[in-house]
Design a protein around this ligand. Structure first.
Ligand code: C2E
Ligand code: MG
Ligand code: MG
Length: 736
């Protein structure tokens, strides 16, 4: 499990530790080496100083013994005894030099001393090479005090540091010819013993002289040159390493310190890493939670949007290998209203479980709203089956759900869209699936609806209608018209039906056939219903004795406070409920008979009359009429329009009227547009009639005017010549 932040923290801290450790080690090492270098430089200076001192010393000795009147005189005299006593023994006894010789002006060895006893004597040492070097040194030397000069010569006894000076009569120094003077040669061997003594004074153990030779590296050691400038050897030694000594002392505490530092730093690294990881984990969990619906555990809308916007899905869309199915539970609000939100939640999660089981394994299933689900499918195989999947989703709900001991039958609107590869974006695919679902909802389809371009105009229009509906009442765009319902026998107005009208600023007059389903979908129907009922209550005060039919949508009836609201409004306007007939269509009765029965019984008990609207168009069976306490049934106008031209319609109308008779339910025929239709219905003994032929829907003021005009009898069309009507006569007359 790795995370960029944890990785970065680890890297930074480890890099920090490494840099610190390397810096400390490099710093200490640098200091040690620097100290070594300084010590080496110092030693070199000291050695060179020591070598210079040897030269000074040997030159000083040569000066002392040569700038000496008596010594010159003794030499001139050939006084070997004096020379032996004052020069030779002094040197040899005190061992201040290893070698001493006096040579004549013509370079003959006159006197010679050496020490130790076994060292090569002056004769052997005094080689032509040495003589030549002495000559070279002395040649330019003036006759004066401190004129001694020194150099090196390689002898069989080792390297000899020697000084030469003329033995001069001090009193006649300025006048004497130098070439007539004898020469004193004094020197000592740079033996290993002497050098190591010298070295020890500088704290060097192994100072030695190394002959100049290509096999030895020259290094940075001081060299010695002979009188011709030729390198004859070099002083070498093992340079001291005080830095390393210090290092040896500090290495343990520093290593200990570094170790402690590393441990603390590692601990910090691990801790920071753990923290970063746990933070990353909780971040991931939060992101995951934000994508998940807590009720069903499915992906939520956010997650689904993310998925549909993903490059993979986008590519599938563009490649014509993606499909989306939308499912929306019908009337979920009323489910919630009747069993509470908890029950609703339970239903949703049961439904989600059931749908999950029928979906292909690679389908992405999401809950994208309270009662909305979406499925995303990709790949060729999935596409082939999308119609089947969508249909199976519809039918998965055929079996009722049991929630809190109650059985619930829910239906759903399902729509789907398939990308056809024609450059479709995921957004467009979603919109199309939504549109298809919308169509399924509005057309109350009992199967899944695939998207097709024909849906575009209608659905879009409905969407815009829904938006416009929101403020329609406040904007005073809604009004109510009333259409008289007339008793067939004497054509007296007995009732009016309230019909809502919407004059939209945006769309002009919109038919209730178009906007009522939209209002049902958006929930605006509740306010519209109350508005109509209230207006009807106000208006009917002027029409005593007249009944009032009010259309009620199934959605309204599912509102738990519906009955109470109606009762309250009626009371407020002082209108008794039994002046009303509530017109219902079968939709609700079919979908949820148990709830419907309870609700209708309640309305009935409050005094409201009930009318079954659009009878014959749906699935209505005689059973419904028996189950529910209807007072009226309204034969749908589609039958009336076929009256006279379609024998089946005639027979159907006849049987509906007979049914009403038998069940003691008053029958109303609506949509009467011609005198013939009216006459036929009267012949068929239809009790009440309604239609444009008799009266069109009109504003309240016109109803009032009409009533005033008609007077007491309220008989409409008094001029109409009514054919004979005999109550009780068989309706199966030969006129058809
Ligand atoms: P409905 O309840 O069946 O209403 C009768 C419809 O038939 C009315 O249409 C009326 O104007 C029309 N109509 C009446 N006589 C004739 C005729 O002779 N010929 C023809 N062709 N039509 C006739 P409208 O007003 O357009 O209402 C349509 C539907 O809208 C109504 O059908 C009703 O279901 C619904 N509706 C109207 N107002 C309301 C309302 O306030 N609330 C509810 N929930 N629904 C309403
Ligand atoms: Mg009606
Ligand atoms: Mg109707």
């Amino acid at each position: 499990m790795s995370h960029p932040i944890a990785g970065r923290i680890t890297f930074n801290l480890v890099a920090g530790i490494l840099v610190t450790v390397v810096t400390v080690i490099a710093g200490v090492a640098w200091m040690a080496f620097r100290q070594n270098d300084q010590a080496a430089e110092q030693t070199r200076t000291m050695v060179m100083g020591g070598v210079d001192a040897m030269h000074t010393r040997v030159q000083g000795l040569a000066n002392d013994y040569s700038w000496w009147e008596e010594a010159f005189d003794a030499y001139q005299r050939g006084d070997e005894g004096w020379i032996e006593a004052n020069i030779g023994t002094g040197i040899v006894d005190t061992q201040i030099a290893d070698f001493l010789a006096i040579i004549s002006p013509d370079r003959e060895l006159r006197y010679g001393w050496w020490t130790p006893a076994d060292a090569p004597n002056s004769q052997t040492v005094m080689s032509p090479e040495l003589i030549a070097k002495i000559e070279e040194l002395i040649r330019t030397a003036p006759v004066e005090n401190n004129a001694a000069r020194s150099s090196y010569v390689q002898t069989e006894a080792g390297t000899l540091l020697f000084a030469v000076a003329r033995i001069a009569p001090v009193s006649k120094a300025g006048t004497v010819d130098p070439s007539t003077l004898p020469v004193l040669v004094m020197g000592f061997y740079l033996s290993s013993q002497r050098l190591s003594e010298l070295g020890r004074s500088f704290l060097i153990d192994d100072l030695r002289l190394q002959p100049e030779d290509a096999s030895h590296p020259a290094g940075d050691f001081p060299e010695i040159r002979d009188v011709y400038g030729k390198v004859v050897g070099r002083f070498v030694w093992t340079p001291p390493t005080p830095g390393f000594a210090v290092l040896r002392n500090v290495v343990a505490p520093i290593a200990g310190g570094l170790l402690v530092f590393c441990l603390i730093a590692m601990w910090t690294v691990l801790r920071a890493r753990r923290l970063a990881l746990s933070q990353a984990l909780s971040e991931r969990q939060a992101v995951e939670a934000a994508r998940t619906d807590s009720l069903t555990g499915l992906t939520n809308r956010f997650g689904f949007n993310e998925l549909s916007a993903s490059p993979i899905f986008e590519a599938a869309c563009a490649g014509g290998e993606a499909a989306i199915v939308y499912l929306d539970i019908n009337g979920f609000k009323s489910v919630n209203d009747s069993i509470g939100h908890q029950g609703g939640d339970e239903l949703v999660s049961m439904l989600a479980d059931r749908l999950s089981m029928i979906l292909p394994p690679d389908a992405r299933f999401a809950r994208v709203g309270g009662d909305e689900f979406a499925v995303a499918l990709t790949g060729r195989a999935a596409l082939g089956g999308v119609a089947g999947v969508a249909s199976a989703m519809v039918h998965a709900l055929d079996q009722p759900f049991t929630v809190a001991g109650f059985q619930f039958q829910v239906t759903a609107a399902v729509g789907y869209a398939i990308s056809d590869g024609g450059d479709i974006t995921p957004g467009e695919l979603l919109r199309r699936a939504d549109l298809a679902m919308y169509q399924a909802k509005n057309a109350a389809e009992r199967d899944a609806v695939p998207y097709h371009p024909g849906l575009e105009t209608g659905a879009l229009h409905r969407k815009r209608l829904g938006m416009a509906l929101r403020g329609a009442i406040e904007a005073n765009e809604m009004s109510v018209v009333y259409q008289p319902i007339v008793r067939a026998t004497d054509l007296a107005i007995v009732s009016v039906e309230a019909l809502v009208r919407w004059d939209s600023k945006e769309f002009g007059r919109v038919s209730p056939v178009d906007f009522i389903p939209v209002a049902e979908e958006t929930g605006a129907i509740h306010d519209i219903g109350k508005f109509v009922f209230q207006r009807a209550c106000q208006d009917m005060i002027d029409w005593p004795g007249l009944k009032m039919s009010i259309n009620v949508s199934p959605a309204q009836l599912r509102d738990p406070s519906f009955a109470n609201d109606l009762g309250a409004i009626a009371r407020r306007h002082d209108v008794v409920p039994n002046r009303f007939k509530l017109e219902l269509t079968e939709g609700l009765l079919v979908r949820n008979p148990t709830i419907a029965k309870r609700k209708l019984a309640r309305l009935k008990s409050m005094g409201f009359g009930l009318s079954l609207d659009d009878f014959g168009t749906g699935f209505s069976s005689i059973g419904y009429l028996r189950q529910f306490p209807f007072d009226w049934l309204k034969i749908d106008k589609s039958f009336i329009s076929e009256l006279g031209s379609n024998p089946t319609a005639n027979a159907l109308i006849q049987s509906m009227i007979a049914l009403g008779d038998a069940m003691d339910i008053a029958v109303v025929a609506e949509g009467i547009e011609t005198v013939e239709q009216l006459q036929l219905l009267r012949l068929l003994q239809c009790e009440f009639v309604q239609g444009y032929y008799l009266a069109k829907p009109m504003p309240a003021s016109e109803i009032s005017a009409l009533l005033a005009k008609l007077g007491e009898t309220r008989r409409i069309l008094p001029e109409l010549e009514l054919p004979g009507f005999e109550p009780g006569r068989s309706v199966l007359t030969a006129q058809f």
